[in-house]
Design a protein around this ligand. Sequence first.
Ligand code: PAF
Length: 253
Amino acid sequence: MKTFTSPEELHAWSMEQKRQGRTVGLVPTMGCLHEGHLSLIREAKKHCDAVVVSIFVNPTQFAPNEDYAAYPRKEETDCALCDTEGASAVFLPKPETHFRGVCTIVAKLFNIVAPDVAVFGQKDFQQEAVIRRMVRDLNFPIRVIRAPIVRDPDGLAKSSRNAYLSPEMRTSALSLSRALFAAKQAVEAGERSSAVLEDAVRKEVTASGWVPDYATVVDAQTLEPLAEVRPGSSAFLLACRKAGLRLIDNVLL
Ligand code: PAF
């Protein structure tokens, strides 16, 4: 596996792959890789010959009171994991490569790597929708693939931030996925009212001490809030806070 810090060298390598008739996939990450990320690498490998994993903790994705400095960084372990999963290259851009915002960093990565496919996790539902829209609006010749959320056996969505959960917090955090699965079941049983579903989800997480930032049924493509669920093209998006931590989760309805 190759390791690149220079955008120019990575670009040259990627172009060489293509000259040899190989397709290139991109998995952008902020490192501290867990099973969720590894599932993205495996997904990318299904669709292309060479997979590039980028690892960059993007400062502009953290609010002033968020955990940028404390955000876990594990470059060596991350590179070893990428190697084991069969990635062809890892890209570790230097901090002076001024990346700003999600769309900017991803657009820059698209220009540097020129991938044929790029894989994003469903966990960050809005991010994937925004990137898909950027790809369409800016005519990037890239296929965006959404890989399903990877969960612990008890339902908790994998997240690098789960490392901050005390055993007690972790137990209460299960209320998020429990509430979302119940909403999905209700829709399968015929419920269509977003207000009814949103109310039930809020109650479930609040009972476990989590304060919802949002708990909303949206159109899965436009992210517009929906008054009525449209099965097959809706999603329930949830973000909750407790004791200085913020967790997100979602389900397709
Ligand atoms: O999903 C993430 O980890 C980040 O938002 C991404 C796509 C790597 C951009 O910094």
